[in-house]
Design a protein. Structure first.
Length: 522
């Protein structure tokens, strides 16, 4: 299950509807004129007769300055300091500020406006060519992560490390070390503190595993075990994903491949010359290192959501005593474990392949002692492409399962669950919902959570622009590695209805990329 998050930016669009949020206050101030003059805010018809670019630039600058001022005021109220970009210390207290709702909303406005301001002011040729060179940053990240350059720089101390000293340890050519570090430093990942001397900053520390270079050299296969930072996830993206993504163009333009519903017709298959699915490919002996790293990358991806995000939204605590939740394709049951720890009255059945379940009982006994003996959790081998054997489930839980598969295969999974469902059974699909760039389809506004209550302040994109890029990153990753995809709400509506499920509500936990789609049988 690919549950990556290519950036650390939370999904904020669902927060903008809060009437107390900064964005809501900004919109009201625009409308009543209490903050901005009539010259700064006019109707769309009025705008047509004005120099649109100049008006937009002023509005964007105002949004940035007002939002930053709001963040500063909130930090002062909390007696906290917003993290300094040049400070490599990763303070949990300072980084957790972003989870404060006021700071989260203000930050989202500032980021979206700043990105749109750059796009508005930069020469278009520069913008489009810079985008086409995106592989440079990914490549550089992969090199410094795999070569343990981040660990070497950290061990050298805050004064930084010369490229010659880095090379003495990891064996790279010093000039090439500088060549991959400089584009990163230009993107505010690392700092060049003096000629050829590089040091960490707030961003680059996330590449560092926290382990010593000597420890990594002694046991390279354990580099990511219990590691800090995001190294395993970075390499999942810069290694197999990027190599497979290079073949997306070939595959989607190949009419024969595109017409096929074969799950082995993927860019990954073409890139690596393999004829098995992603997970079977990982199990090949030559991919032992990648497979182990993939597991650590999934651990990282789970940590990207705020603690307790699964407990927000759907009211697990309101379920009756001994409610049975079947976690389909649940792996070792990490998400069910989090729910169980907060809700001792619920029962769980974790379903997956036997090879995956081998470690499940030990994991639960460590994290929730006595749960297995008390009958609170059980484990069952199951292939979700076959008929569902559990007929008395109160809830079927699917977390990052559907996005791995095309509509045809996802339909099979969902239809088997519908055939086994009782009239009262609920289906909860925990996945990304891709925002529409133009704004959500109002057709579904009667469904709670399907459509955000309000739009971001003008002139920002309705989907909040760069702030919500992460789901699109994961969507293209699904295209590269599998035939799966992230889906918009209308896409999910059609898919679930076809399989016999009707969406009742959508929950969007604060600060999380991931939504909870709740459906009932029809």
């Amino acid at each position: 299950m690919i549950a990556t998050r290519a950036s650390g930016v939370p999904h904020w669009s669902h927060q903008i509807g809060n009437k107390h949020s900064l964005s809501h206050r900004l919109r009201r101030k625009y409308l009543d004129g209490s903050t901005y003059s009539e010259a700064h805010y006019k109707s769309d018809s009025d705008r047509k007769s004005e120099p649109v670019m100049a008006s937009s630039l002023i509005e964007l600058c105002t949004l940035i300055s007002t939002s930053v001022a709001a963040v500063d005021a909130r930090c002062k109220a909390l007696s906290a300091t917003y993290p300094d970009l040049n400070n490599p210390a990763n303070s949990e207290k300072s980084e957790s500020l972003i989870l404060d709702s006021e700071i989260a909303n203000a930050t989202a406005v500032a980021l979206a406006a700043a990105s749109q301001l750059i796009a508005s002011m930069q020469y278009p040729s520069r913008t489009i060519l810079d985008a086409s060179y995106g592989f440079v940053i990914s490549t550089a990240l992969g090199v410094v992560t795999e070569s343990s350059t981040a660990e070497i720089i950290r061990e050298a101390g805050p004064q930084g490390c010369h490229i010659n000293d880095i090379a003495k340890k990891n064996g790279m050519d010093p000039l090439k070390i500088a060549r991959v570090l400089r584009p990163l430093a230009t993107q505010h990942i690392f700092r060049e503190v003096s000629p050829n001397v590089f040091a960490h900053n707030r961003v680059s520390t996330l590449i560092d595993t926290g382990k010593s270079f000597e420890a990594i050299q002694a046991a390279p296969e354990e580099k990511y075990a219990g590691a800090e930072g995001r190294a395993a996830l970075i390499l999942l993206n810069t290694d197999e994903t990027m190599k497979a993504a290079a073949y997306i163009e070939d595959v989607v333009l190949d009419k024969v491949w595109e017409a096929s519903d074969d799950e082995l017709n993927t860019p990954l298959n073409r890139a690596f010359g393999t004829h098995v699915d992603l997970f079977s490919w990982y199990e090949k002996p030559e991919n032992k290192k990648r497979f182990k790293r993939f597991g650590f990358a999934m651990d990282v991806s789970r940590r990207l959501s705020p603690p307790g995000a699964i407990l927000q939204g759907f009211k697990w605590s309101a379920l009756p005593d001994k409610t049975l939740i079947v976690d389909v394709g649940g792996g070792i049951g990490s998400i069910s474990l989090e729910i169980a720890q907060a809700n001792p009255h619920l029962r769980f059945l974790i379903q997956d392949k036997q090879a995956v379940l081998r470690e499940s009982a030990e994991h639960w006994e460590t994290e929730l002692p006595g749960a297995l003996a008390a009958g609170r959790v059980s484990f069952g081998e199951h292939d979700f492409f076959g008929p569902q054997t559990v007929k008395n489930a109160d809830i079927f839980l699917l977390r990052f399962i559907v996005h791995d598969w095309s509509d045809a295969y996802s339909f099979k999974i969902l239809k088997h669950l519908r055939d086994a469902a009782q009239n009262t059974t609920k289906l909860i699909v925990v996945e990304h919902l891709l925002p529409l760039v133009c704004g959500e389809d109002e057709t579904y506004k009667h469904i709670p959570g399907a459509v955000p209550d309000t739009l971001p302040p003008k002139p920002l994109l309705p989907n909040f622009g760069i702030v919500n890029m992460a789901p699109y990153f994961v969507d293209i990753q699904m295209m590269a590695l599998l035939r799966g995809c992230e889906r918009t709400f209308p896409h999910y509506w059609d898919l679930l209805m076809k399989a016999g499920w009707e969406i009742e509500e959508v929950h969007r936990p604060l600060g999380s990329l991931v939504t909870q789609i709740v459906a009932k049988p029809i």
